[in-house]
Design a protein around this ligand. Structure first.
Ligand code: DX5
Ligand code: ZN
Length: 216
């Protein structure tokens, strides 16, 4: 079954505690936490302080997606806030290999995210150093956007690269994931589904998470 990672970006921030309780009671595996700096992406979300509060309300894996420039300046703060997985953008890192080593040396699992325009081949020389690839299926910065269909082709290419190298790297799909398109995303070779609006704007979030879990 796939790993389900609801994106808290779509949560009700006035009622974060009850959103966390809902996720804890659900079949969600990870909390997907979207950090935006208003520089790498044209939006600002939340940072380590909010994550630290949520950490107190959850024992699940914290999957932190940094959409920020100079992530090396903040990696330790995110570790202290409770991040288990720390994902940086290939487009935001001049010294990606160094950033990955830093994340691992801080005791977190490193991930690399790529924007829709970045080919998966750009990951070829870093794949063996990371635990997760976050394939953006929308342009990062906002929740509630439409899934870009070409992502399915990229998932297949990446699945092939990972299998040929004999690696165990998660393929996480982020943006516009729905109960309707999840089966084709999983069939193409992804194993982690991020879902913001699909989960939090649902009349029955726990039921929707259970549905996503059984989409494979
Ligand atoms: C977009 C974020 C996503 C976003 C997904 O920049 O990285 O994680 O929250 O939201 P939905 O699932 O609503 O497209
Ligand atoms: Zn994200």
């Amino acid at each position: 079954m796939p790993i389900i990672a609801p994106s808290l970006l779509a949560a009700d921030f006035l009622n974060l505690q009850s959103e966390c309780t809902m996720l804890n009671e659900s079949e969600a595996d990870w909390y997907h936490l979207d950090v935006m700096d208003g520089r790498f992406v044209p939006n600002i979300s939340f940072g380590p302080m909010v994550i630290e509060f949520m950490r107190k309300a959850s024992t699940k894996t914290f999957d932190v997606h940094l959409m920020i420039l100079e992530p090396e300046k903040y990696a330790e703060q995110f570790k202290n806030a409770g991040a288990d997985i720390l994902t940086v953008h290939i487009e935001a890192c001049t010294h990606l290999h160094r950033n990955i080593q830093q994340i691992r040396s801080l005791g977190m699992r490193p991930g690399v995210a790529i924007n829709p325009h970045t080919p998966v081949s750009a990951l070829s020389d870093i794949l063996h150093d990371i635990d997760l690839v976050c394939l953006m299926s929308v342009n990062p910065g906002f929740g509630g956007q439409k899934f870009i269909p070409f992502t399915l082709e990229k998932i297949k290419q990446l699945r092939k690269m990972i299998d040929e190298k004999g690696l165990q790297v998660h393929i996480e799909i982020d943006g516009g994931v729905t109960v309707e398109n999840a089966p084709s995303i999983l069939a193409a070779g992804a194993d982690v589904l991020v879902a913001g609006n699909t989960v939090f704007k649902s009349a029955d979030p726990i039921g929707t998470i259970a549905q996503l879990k059984r989409c494979g």
